[in-house]
Design a binder for this molecule. Structure first.
Ligand code: ADP
Ligand code: MG
Length: 260
């Protein structure tokens, strides 16, 4: 029987900012088609792990493989083609049009100074359609609302036509309806996903599996049901809660209890 090659395999990743160890022997696997969440308190190392994966940072140790291939042996362009990244801070410095931002998703496919082809334009248009923003192609990015901006950034990732998305808390600061919308857009793409997610109920709704980071280490992993127990949440976050399987979603739902 053929063994399935993981989309992403992170093995014993080490990364420090000077003296501060932020990723301490982190091992994570994401299988093709999975939606995997990275959770953990502020400062636990989620962004650091993701930045090593999308090569904004260079590991001090360990291995990162995409489709079974060590990233060390890939050019930046090759690895950029293999993953679409949606980071936390997506404010662009200049006032680009929406269509121009989305067209940037085509960059890894092109050589320097290549112009956009009709095919590129079609892909950009389809990507904007996917997030319900086709009528806003000509708008200025900086004038959009937070939810609209993040939809444009998702469209840019879609335009890249990669089958692997790496997301870092993509719905931070968005209203709940936009949070659901962003995760729904991503889920409907049927791509492989690794996403840092701040909100545990949101992680429970969308993820097949979770990894929990604390102080740079993976302390728990498993399905949302296995991981998101009241005991584990108390242990990792220090808060009291009750959990249930929600009758409508069939997913874990957490209710936090105020400290008294
Ligand atoms: P998370 O995304 O889970 O909130 P981060 O990966 O951003 O966590 O941070 C992990 C740890 O590394 C934290 O202690 C944070 O203060 C530290 N850290 C993050 N970025 C830097 C940096 N550029 N320089 C020094 N320390 C950093
Ligand atoms: Mg972070």
């Amino acid at each position: 029987m053929d063994t399935i090659v993981p989309k992403l395999r992170v093995e014993n990743l080490l990364f420090s900012y000077g003296e501060k160890t932020a990723a301490d022997h982190v091992s994570i696997q994401v299988m093709p088609g999975e939606f995997v969440g990275l959770i953990g308190p502020n400062g636990s190392g989620k962004s650091t792990v993701l930045k090593n994966v999308y090569r904004a940072l260079e590991p001090d140790g360990g291995t990162i493989e995409i489709d079974g291939e060590d990233m060390k042996h890939m050019s930046f362009k090759e690895s950029a083609l293999k993953m679409a990244v949606v980071g936390q801070e997506n404010d662009v410095p200049f006032n680009f049009k929406v269509s121009e931002i989305v067209a940037m998703g085509r960059t890894p496919h092109k050589r320097l100074f290549d112009i956009d082809t009709p095919e590129d334009k079609k892909i950009v248009h389809h990507a904007l359609e996917h997030v319900g923003m086709a009528d806003m192609e000509k708008r200025n990015y900086l004038n959009l609302s937070g939810g609209e901006k993040q939809r444009v950034i998702i469209a840019r990732a879609v335009a890249q036509e990669s089958d692997f998305f790496v997301l870092d808390e993509p719905t931070n600061h968005l209203d709940i309806s936009y949070q659901l919308q962003i995760f729904d857009f991503v889920r409907r793409l049927n791509v492989t996903v690794l996403s840092a997610i701040h909100d545990l109920n949101m992680a429970a709704l969308y993820c097949d599996r979770l990894y929990v980071l604390k102080d740079g280490k993976v302390v728990l992993s498993g399905t949302p049901e296995e991981v998101l127990t009241a005991e584990n949440i108390k242990e990792v976050y220090g808060v009291d809660c009750t959990t249930e399987i929600h009758p409508e979603t069939g997913r874990v739902a957490i209710t936090y209890l105020p400290a008294n």
